[in-house]
Design a protein around this ligand. Sequence first.
Ligand code: PEP
Ligand code: MN
Length: 338
Amino acid sequence: MIIVMKSRAPQNQAAHVIQELEEKGLKPVPLYGVERTVIAVIGEERDLNIGHLESLKGVEKVMRVVKPYKLVSKEVKSEPTIIEVNGVRIGAKDELTIMAGPCAVESQELMDEVASKLSAMGVKIMRGGAFKPRTGPYSFQGLGKEGLEILRNSADKHGMAIITEILDVRDVEIVEQKADIFQVGARNMQNFELLKELGGTSKPVLLKRGLSATIEEMLMAAEYILSHGNPEVMLCERGIRTFEKETRNTLALATVPLVHELTHLPIIVDPSHATGKKSLIEPMTKAAIACGTDGVIIEVHANPEVAMSDAQQQMRPEEFSQLLENIKPIADAVGKSF
Ligand code: PEP
Ligand code: MN
């Protein structure tokens, strides 16, 4: 059930509704929007008296939500969620968010070089995996906590923010301290304990679509984070597993406009993991922008040939710089700048 407060209803009216719900043993989760506050109700709501709730001061309407997700849905919040990170407004209609950096944090030298080159191109958010979810246990697993330090260090030298993957609930605290955005990888999209833990943090989360997850399952995963108190979630389409073997995954671009129809959360496209092929990254980035993506996250490595992971899909800084030039006309055409 969703309780929609009147436009600009004072906070104490929402607080009163919340208190009543708590007294009935339910868990109300308020979502404070610019226009209005919306309260999602978690728990056994069968015995709730809708008429009574609707009569409370400041309540505009009480809705039973048919969809299995509530807080992420457009029904609950019609205006888009905008997440501010390092001056970038992720999800703003007129902005295209660019995140770039190597697949994995390999060394301070690598991160310094990439940070310096990317920041010169105007990129404000750098990616880099310190904890790597590798398919095989004998592949490079990332530098872990040392990698986080390296990433923070390089980013700070150039005024950049960082996004990095979180694999384990035990690392949430340290990653929250060091990073600006948590990345939940495809393999962890339904790690519900991790999602709940991230719901209790103060940093935004980029939630990647699972390898074989439906869009509804992705939205339900996002719902876990919001319902545990963190409204700053962006979704990420990174391709899904199909019968096609020429590309690493199949980039499901319809996700972008569909997610915009269904939710207020921003959506980011990852053409690197979606295709696994350097030559496909620019055309897929252009297509993603054309269908309304809020941003892209792209792998860039100073020397891809010797990269310790995902060598075939990482772009050189010069190639990436050219990509940024080439996508400008498409971004212009849809009214976005970066
Ligand atoms: C990554 O971005 O580093 C990554 C492992 O991607 P995914 O979770 O989409 O496979
Ligand atoms: Mn990678």
